[in-house]
Design a protein around this ligand. Structure first.
Ligand code: SF4
Length: 195
């Protein structure tokens, strides 16, 4: 996808239907708190880079939220560097890649007050049920998703959510499909809804 196709003002709309649950959770936390801790900023920031948000648009996006609780100087001091860093413009100039599901599921588990991680793995069952139902999935579907999550099949649970909302991911019969990357979830959804 060409960088620049996705702009800061599209993110809110895209988040509702095309972001996997982990990124919806980060987006909502950012919108309500105008803040995310480091783990969340990294997971979400790199995902947004992966969907095609340019550095310039990323600055606009983060600035728009963070400046509801801090001034421009504070934003520049605390956050500009990190955002530029993620885009390979500072420090070692590494072009960082978005985190895959396995990394999100197995490393850096969220603590209280964190919103990063994988909800299928890290949210408790009642909260997860509420979140999945909140996507507009009917009872039967929610039960299926919860079964997968309970059995430790987090990425299959995520794929099930995708299919309940978008239709088949095109798996082979009798084989369970799974999501391996949040950006894969986004691309499959974007393709179906906007192309
Ligand atoms: Fe995000 Fe992957 Fe978990 Fe889905 S399975 S919520 S894409 S980390």
């Amino acid at each position: 996808k060409p960088v620049g196709e996705i702009t800061a003002d599209m993110i809110d709309m895209l988040s509702k239907k095309s972001f996997p649950l982990c990124m919806q959770q980060l987006h909502q936390a950012l919108k309500s708190n105008h803040h995310l801790r480091h783990g969340g900023r990294q997971q979400y920031g790199l995902f947004l880079k992966g969907i095609g948000l340019s550095l310039e648009e990323a600055m606009k996006f983060w600035r728009g939220e963070f400046m509801k609780i801090m001034d421009s100087d504070q934003f520049d001091k605390r956050h500009s560097y990190n955002i530029r860093h993620n885009y390979g413009k500072e420090g070692k100039k590494t072009d960082y890649t978005p985190y895959g599901c396995l990394k999100i599921i197995t490393t850096n588990a969220p603590a209280v007050g964190d919103f990063h991680g994988c909800p299928f793995k890290h949210s408790d069952a009642d909260l997860l049920r509420q979140k999945v139902a909140g996507l507009g999935i009917a009872r039967d579907g929610v039960d299926q998703v919860m079964q997968y999550a309970k059995g430790g099949h987090y990425q299959v649970a995520c794929a099930r959510v995708f299919e309940l909302l978008h239709g088949s991911l095109g798996g082979i019969e009798d084989m369970e499909v799974s999501i391996h990357h949040p950006n894969q979830y986004f691309e499959e959804s974007y393709k179906r809804l906007y192309k």
